[in-house]
Design a protein around this ligand. Structure first.
Ligand code: PMP
Length: 426
């Protein structure tokens, strides 16, 4: 007799496997494949020596070793929270007191992904609305689906989210009576995953002004996901959206040590209004009562010694070089494809490639042609949500130069061209 069926929660039934899992599996199964699909960091530059030195320092002192190996607190290591606040305020060119912030407004999380999840738990009931960029970080969209939240999107241009379109969307939602369901505006505002685009200075200010203006019955939060901010290698230094929220009311700023240091340490952080932080800490208390203490101690040591800052500096050169190689390869391989265009990121590790007339989707002809040629990308439609008629843009690809080696980048673009030429020839 088979066992009686499992009666799963609504949330579990809404939670599906990420579409990218198939692509990662495919990459692992196919020898010699160049993967521009996985959003992994450069492997050769991971800070093995720096982490070893920090670990040796901590563990050679029995008292420090015991503290690092003991449980920490739900809120996170106080010294690391202070260092995080100094880091972010330093990038913004302000003092914590200018923004009414203290280390108590910082929370250390198990990667920034945990913050995205916990904030969802705190904010969303099924049917609530989140406004995000089109396209956006597809893992966040899956997470929203599991919370039962609906996504409404705003288009982007080369200056990031179109804030006039955001204003117009909020106005339409007010007229239709749906404004009370709008809880969060989500933006990946530096070198966005997946497009590589960055929100302009003027739009950063406007975003806060718009969120305030529509926060009539309740506050609409801006979720500023600055995961790639420290990997900036060109373009202007832009202050965070958070820096335009001097009373610490509207903006939840989240970032991570995964990109500028090591994802294996799985440590992220957030700076957030006190009435958002308190329920997040209650929930986090029942999830894990604190992120890995040893990782926090390692990061704190590396920040105190300057090893962290030196490493992040080194990484910026690594990714600039990789970006340049990808752009050079695109220029030379797609010279005779007038329908091809791509973004030029100032940081991070994503290029957004568009080829009008070619269906790049998971069931379209380019995926098998690319696999045949030995290259893999993420279909752009994973980052979109269907419009009212069920349509999504079909001609885009996310190309990640994070983990591919330099020779692989050049070779991978050559293979992509071969695949595009085969599909275009019909
Ligand atoms: N936000 C964005 C935009 C990301 O791309 C990622 C990771 N790919 C995360 C958040 C989460 O990263 P982590 O949990 O490692 O900090």
């Amino acid at each position: 007799m088979p066992p009686a069926p499992l009666s799963r929660s609504g949330k579990s039934r809404r939670t599906t496997d990420s579409p990218i899992t198939y692509f990662i599996k495919k990459a692992l199964e196919t020898p010699g494949l160049v993967s521009f699909a996985a959003g992994l960091v450069d492997e050769g530059s991971l800070p093995v020596d720096e982490v070893r030195a920090a670990a040796a320092e901590i563990l050679s002192d029995p008292r420090a070793g015991q503290t690092a190996l003991q449980y920490g607190s739900t809120h996170g290591m106080p010294e690391l929270r202070r260092q995080v606040l100094d880091l972010v305020c330093g990038l913004d060119g302000v003092k914590p007191s200018d923004l009414n912030l203290t280390p108590d407004d910082v929370c250390i999380t198990t990667g920034s992904q945990q913050l995205l999840y916990l904030l969802g738990e705190v904010m969303f009931d099924p049917g609530d609305i989140v406004i995000s960029e089109a396209p956006s970080y597809f893992v966040y969209h899956s997470l929203l689906q599991s919370h039962g939240a609906k996504v409404r999107t705003v288009p982007m241009d080369e200056h990031g989210m179109d804030v006039d379109a955001l204003d117009a969307l909020l106005d339409r939602l007010r007229r239709s009576g749906d404004l009370p369901r709008v809880k969060v505006i989500y933006t990946v505002d530096y070198f966005q995953n997946p497009t590589g685009l960055t929100l302009s200075l003027e739009r950063r200010k406007r975003l806060v002004e718009i969120a305030k203006r529509y926060s009539t019955a309740h506050r609409i939060l801006i979720l500023e996901d600055a995961a790639y901010r420290e990997l900036k290698f060109s373009g202007p230094d832009l202050p965070s959206i958070k820096s335009f929220d001097p009373a610490n009311e509207f903006v939840v700023y989240t970032s991570t040590f995964s990109k500028p240091c090591a994802p294996g340490l799985k440590t992220g952080y957030a700076i957030l209004p006190p009435d958002v932080l308190a329920p997040i800490l209650h929930l986090k208390g029942s999830h894990d009562f604190g992120s890995t203490n040893l990782s926090q101690h390692l990061l704190s040591r590396m920040m105190a010694s300057g090893a962290y800052q030196a490493h992040a500096e080194k990484l910026r050169a690594v990714y600039r070089n990789k970006r340049d190689l990808m752009l050079i390869a695109l220029e030379s391989e797609f010279r005779d494809f007038p329908a091809a265009r791509w973004t030029v990121p100032d940081g991070g590790f994503y290029v957004w490639f568009t080829l009008d007339g070619v269906d790049t989707g998971p069931n379209g002809p380019l995926v098998p042609a690319a696999l045949e040629a030995g290259v893999l990308y993420v279909p752009g439609e994973f980052g979109h949500v269907p419009d009212a008629n069920g349509h999504m843009p079909k001609n885009e690809c996310r190309l990640c130069y994070g983990v591919a080696t330099e020779p692989e980048i050049t070779e991978g673009i050559r293979r992509l061209r071969k695949a595009c030429a085969a599909v275009a020839a019909g």
